[in-house]
Design a binder for this molecule. Sequence first.
Ligand code: GLU
Length: 477
Amino acid sequence: MKVKTRFAPSPTGNLHIGGIRTALYSWLFARHYNGKFILRIEDTDIERFNSESVNSILNGLKWLGLNWDEGPYFQTKRIKRYKEVINNMLDKGSAYKCFCSSKKIEEERKKQISEGKKPRYNRMCRNLDNSNVFNKKYVIRFKNPISGRVTFEDKVRGTITFDNTELDDFIIQRSNGTPTYNFCVVIDDLDMNITHVIRGEDHINNTPRQINLLNSLSAKVPIYAHVSMILDEEGCKFSKRTNSLSVLQYYKDGFLPEALLNYIMRLGWSHGNQEIFSITEMKKLFNLKHITKSSSIFSMKKLFWLNKYYINNLPLNYVCNYLKDYIKDENIDIKNGPNLESVFVLLRTRHDTLKEIVQSSRYFYEEFEIFNQKIFDQYFITGNDCILEKLYNKIKKMSIWNKEKLSIIINDVCVKLKMQLREINMLLRVVLTGSTCSPNITSVVFLIGREKTLLRLKRAISLIKENTIKNKIKIEI
Ligand code: GLU
């Protein structure tokens, strides 16, 4: 049997973490067995359809590298096929037209609730002759078996049994003529030869209905694996109808696909205590057996940790290629500055995301106008201009530009002025980066380059001098 899985999202919102996990598990399972993975857009619910959502799904999957072998299929393009099956079912008597108005159904529902019964359609129209045509709107319902049980072996949860008395004759075609999810999904899984259905546990209740439908069509029932919910850090459900973060937002925020995939894979699946999995390893090791039954809690902290790991461990040029996209987004011109890879190497251990790295890299490429007032008041004070002048003169005279020489110069000035090295380093840092945090200052100066370093030192010296004059005038007044 050739394994064939599918990811079948409804385009009603953003592709979010829960959706990606279903897609990832289905993709990995297919790849593990050298099978096929298909993408199907379940877009028959016209009222909830959102075209942006289709883009979010396609672009999100592409960004993560979850490539599909067939599709994307769109259910709205398969309406003819659904109609054909529905007509056959009507002819065969396994489906029927139901003329009950929604008002009538609602009244019946209330009555059942008041009698303490589970509300369900009372099958009023089940035995009407199908050829009956009333001048009324109708839906088409599936004739669910009235007695007996439906049992299936869920690969995550074990044996699951439903009593047919708990299920009603569900609608397969709405009154506007469109087929419903529970129907289309069955016909598609059947036509597309899906062998394994991996999806969220919110579909468990649909499974017995779908199995009954498959049985009525004498079709083979696929293997099901229902994956547990993902809860947010507050313990609430990650819902796709609420404002769940689109997977592309993680891209915008500076996450690497490897980090997100690794994180999502571990969100409900384990291989001993192993935390880091390359994509090749994921494909090799993934199985349905080790998917957990309990819900998983989404932790941003762990995702940051993994992202930092991949930022620091994937090949330099690969990560730098990503970095270039963010540099472009932030409008940073790197043409006249240091080599991006060297800047990245200096910054990568200090940040969790590529976006942060890019934001921190600005001072290597751009001049900055405004100093934070607190920093200004603390460092742009009389006396510091002399220290900076000494550094300026020595740096200007350097015959070769290298880190070791720079380090010697800074140390010399420090000894001559009887200062602490960390004091002089901090002053340099503030003047050259505009902030009190930066990697090793000698490396920073080296990468900023002589020209820009001298320019910034000069500017700081003038600012301190101006400030000294201003303060003097204030005192004299
Ligand atoms: N379209 C359904 C959804 O987005 C999934 C259907 C399925 O996997 O069977 O929830």
